[in-house]
Design a protein around this ligand. Structure first.
Ligand SMILES: Nc1ncnc2c1ncn2[C@@H]1O[C@H](COP(=O)(O)OP(=O)(O)OP(=O)(O)O)[C@@H](O)[C@H]1O
Ligand SMILES: [Mg+2]
Length: 420
């Protein structure tokens, strides 16, 4: 069920955008989600609020999104036949995970409405293409070089300098598939790691073994930031407040909103996200990660063409959540207000936090302004994202106090005592 209507031009459309017919997918229709994780689950729940039906494809039958979907397809994400079966019952297909095989998405596009496009997906899957795209759009990036061989690695450190970071071009997430080089002594061990590593990066990586890497200069950042932006097929955009993110062991730990940065930095970061969304002709929600240095220089690091972990705060703290926004935009509906209702702090709950969380529920749920989200994953493995907590308050300081109370209840023995 989708209807073609002429697009109206909007104030945020770039001037070159001509009105073109756009497929609108109204409530009552079915949204297909490739990937069955927590991002799919929260998207599906937002879709259901709006009267959509949801179909999902994931190798795990009881995956978080499958638990709340109307139709479940159990197959690997690069199973093109299963993806076509899913598309056959859907009016629009989207992703909750950017390592869905781009050729599968491209093949689906011939038979179904796929948003965002497989082209956007392909850019996000390859760090070299991603950085080249940023640079072509005039977005500031740290010096980088593609690396596919030992001579290229040697030549690239000469250009990029130490310290630098060797990352697999594809398949990485949560800091997996990365190796620091601090000086010439690290060069040969880094290459040994690279040649034995390939691009397979854990249970959500694609597991392909092509040896393509990117070498990036280290950005001496003082803050990591992210911006969520939504764009519909008509070219209308909406950008969220900037989040300040703290990672621990490469995994997002806490997001603080609004970020404690100057208004100038915040608006530049938001402008970069909007420019990227337009530049990619992206449809849906997109999360852009950035670094901020001590002298207020911003560097763009990477983006994900889907709702982002650092945007979970939008569920309670914004007029329109990133998940509802994703549904609106992939369905060709108007973007919603991104206004921040209250400052917020989000804390991720990993496998090692779950038993303490369960044991302290009585106290945790009494923390002022707390909202608990649990994703329904059966196995609480260490470092696996199992849920999150968002605390909303009158100020960032108050929200951080609430986050500290939650952290005191859930943190594992080897976690630092301070939440942020
Ligand atoms: N060029 C850099 N300079 C300094 N630190 C970096 C650089 N690149 C990455 N990092 C650090 O490593 C973390 C993970 O890197 P990045 O975000 O590129 O990869 P990822 O594993 O795909 O992460 P995600 O889970 O966000 O997708 C960053 O959040 C940052 O802390
Ligand atoms: Mg990242």
């Amino acid at each position: 069920m989708s209807v073609d209507v002429p697009a109206t031009s909007s104030p945020s459309s770039p001037p070159s955008d001509r009105p073109r017919p756009v497929s609108i997918v109204p409530p009552g229709a079915t949204i297909g989600i490739l990937g069955g994780g927590q991002l799919g689950r929260m998207t599906a729940l937002a879709a259901r609020h709006m009267g959509y039906r949801v179909a999902t494809l994931d190798p795990v039958p009881d995956a978080p999104c499958a638990q709340v979907a109307d139709h479940r397809f159990t197959a690997h994400l690069d199973d093109a036949i299963a993806a076509r079966r899913l598309a056959a019952v859907c009016d629009v297909v989207t992703y909750e995970f950017e390592n869905v095989a781009a050729p599968v998405a491209a093949a689906l596009e011939e038979a179904a409405l796929v948003r965002p496009s497989s082209r956007v997906l392909a850019v996000s899957q390859d760090r070299v293409r991603e950085k080249e795209t940023f640079a072509a759009l005039g977005l500031p990036v740290a010096p980088f070089r593609p690396v596919t061989s030992w001579p290229e690695l040697e030549a690239s450190v000469g250009v990029v300098g130490y310290p630098c970071l060797l990352k697999t071009a594809t398949g990485g997430y949560d800091g997996k598939g990365q190796r620091w080089l601090h000086g010439p002594d690290d060069l040969s061990t880094a290459w040994e790691w690279a040649t034995s590593h390939g691009s397979g990066c854990g249970d959500r990586g694609k597991g392909e073994s092509a040896r393509r890497f990117i070498l990036e200069a280290r950005v001496p950042f003082v803050r990591e930031l992210s911006v969520i932006v939504a764009r519909n097929p008509q070219g209308e955009t909406a950008v969220y407040p900037v989040a300040e993110n703290i990672h621990r062991r490469g995994i997002l730990h806490v997001s603080i909103v609004p970020a404690r940065v100057s208004a100038g930095v915040a608006s530049r970061a938001q402008e970069f996200a909007v420019r990227l969304a337009h530049g990619l002709d992206a449809v849906g929600v997109l999360g852009l990660e950035l670094f901020l240095t001590g002298d207020e220089v911003l560097y763009v690091n990477e983006f994900a063409p889907r709702p982002h972990n650092s945007g979970h705060y939008t569920i309670e703290a914004c007029v329109t959540s990133q998940f509802q926004q994703h549904v609106r935009t992939v369905c060709g509906l108007p973007v919603g207000s991104t206004a921040l209702l209250r400052p917020a702090v989000m804390v991720n709950l990993l496998g090692q936090h779950m038993s303490r969380m369960q044991a302290s529920l009585g106290r945790l749920l009494r923390v002022e302004g707390v909202h608990l989200h649990v994703y329904g994953k059966s196995e609480a493995r260490r470092d696996r994202k199992m849920g999150h907590v968002t605390i909303i308050a009158e100020s960032v300081e108050e929200a951080l106090e609430g986050a500290q109370q939650v952290w005191d209840l859930v943190r594992a023995p080897d976690d630092p005592p301070h939440v942020a």
